[in-house]
Design a protein around this ligand. Sequence first.
Ligand SMILES: NC(=O)c1ccc[n+]([C@@H]2O[C@H](COP(=O)([O-])OP(=O)(O)OC[C@H]3O[C@@H](n4cnc5c(N)ncnc54)[C@H](O)[C@@H]3O)[C@@H](O)[C@H]2O)c1
Length: 348
Amino acid sequence: MSKLKIGVIGTGGIAIQRHIPALRSLEDKVELVAVQDVNKERAEEVAGRFAIPEVCESPDELFGLVDAVIICTPNKFHENLSVHALNKGVHVLCEKPMAMNAVEASSMLEASEKNGRTLAIAYHYRHMEEGRMAKKVTEAGEVGKPLVARVQAMRRRKVPGWGVFTNKELQGGGSLIDFGCHLLDLSLWLLGNPKPVEVSAQTYNDLSRIPGQVNDWGTFDHETFEVDDHVTSYIRFENGLSLQFECSWAANIKEDHTTVTLSGVDGGLSVFPFELYQTKHGAVWDASPVLKDEEEVEIGVKQLSNFIGSCLGEEELVVDPAEALRVTAIIDAMYESSQSGRAVRLDG
Ligand SMILES: NC(=O)c1ccc[n+]([C@@H]2O[C@H](COP(=O)([O-])OP(=O)(O)OC[C@H]3O[C@@H](n4cnc5c(N)ncnc54)[C@H](O)[C@@H]3O)[C@@H](O)[C@H]2O)c1
C-alpha cells in the first residue's frame, strides 16, 4: 500500500521538537514530503536538517503535493490554513488551540464535514499514559457518577519568552488559550464532554506588567505584555457537574503543578501523577498504577498514529474536533466573563 504523503506548515518549535521526529518514526506508513513557512530560510534549514524533499513557496503548492498536513503556525492562521486544506481534500492535524475563537473553530469543523476529511486537534494530553489511564478508569465506572472536576495548570515563573506567545493579535490570549486549554480539554473528556451552561472567570496580568520580574523561560517586554498570565474560572454543566479551573504562567506559588482531579460518588482520581481514591472492604484505598515514563516524541507518535489511522479510515479520532470546538467556546466565555464582570450563559 502506498504511504500517506504529509506536509508541515510552520517549521518552528513544535514542528521540530514533536511532529517531525514523530513522523520519522512512522516512516513505514507516511512520507514527509514538504514543508512551508513564511520564513523560507527557516523552512529550508529544517528541510536540510531532516532531509525533507520539498520547500514550498505557498500553502497551495504544498496542498497539491500531500494527502495530509500538520499545521504548526501561530493560532491566528489555524482556521484559514485548515479550511483551505480541507477544501482541497487534504486531511488536517492542527496544533492547539483549535482556533482563536469558536466562530473560527466552527468553520473548521464545517469544512471537515463538508469535504469528508479528517480534522484532528493536537490536544496531546489525551494521548499521555496518565490521560489514557484516567479515561479507562472513568469509563469503567470506577469513580461512579462524576460530580466535581478541578484543573490546576500552574507555573511559577514561566512566561514563554520566545516566539509570539505573548502577542494577543497572533495568539488570541495568554496562559489560558496556550496552556490552560490542554487541561480544560482533558477534564471535559474525562467528564464525558458535558454541555456547559454557565461560565464565570477572572483573568489577570498584573504580575507580568511589573518591570524586572524573574522569568525562567526567557525574557519578554513587561510594557507591551497584554495577554493573561493567570486565570481562574468556575464552570457549571447541564447535568449538575461543576469544574473549578485555574491556570497560570507566572504565579506566586511554591512550585509548578499541573493536574486534573475528579471527584465522583464512588471514587476520585488525580491525573498527574495518576492516583485512584476509593473506599473498599471498609477501608480507604489509594491506588497508583506503574506507568511508563514517556518522551515528548513518543506522545507525538501516538497522536500522529491516531491521525494517520483516521485519515486511512481505520481508527476513530481520540480528539473529536466537535469536542475541541467546545473547549474553544468555553475559553471564549471565560474571556468574555472576565471582560464583562459577569457570568456568561452558554447553550451547549
Ligand atoms: N501541543 C503543544 O503542547 C504545543 C506546544 C507548543 C506550541 N504549540 C502550538 O503550535 C503552534 C506553533 O507554536 P511554536 O511553538 O511552534 O511557534 P514558533 O514561533 O516556534 O513557530 C511558528 C512558525 O510558524 C511560522 N509562521 C508564522 N505564520 C505563518 C503562516 N501564516 N504560514 C506559515 N508559517 C507561518 C513562523 O515563521 C514559525 O517558523 C501554536 O499554535 C502553539 O499554540 C503547541
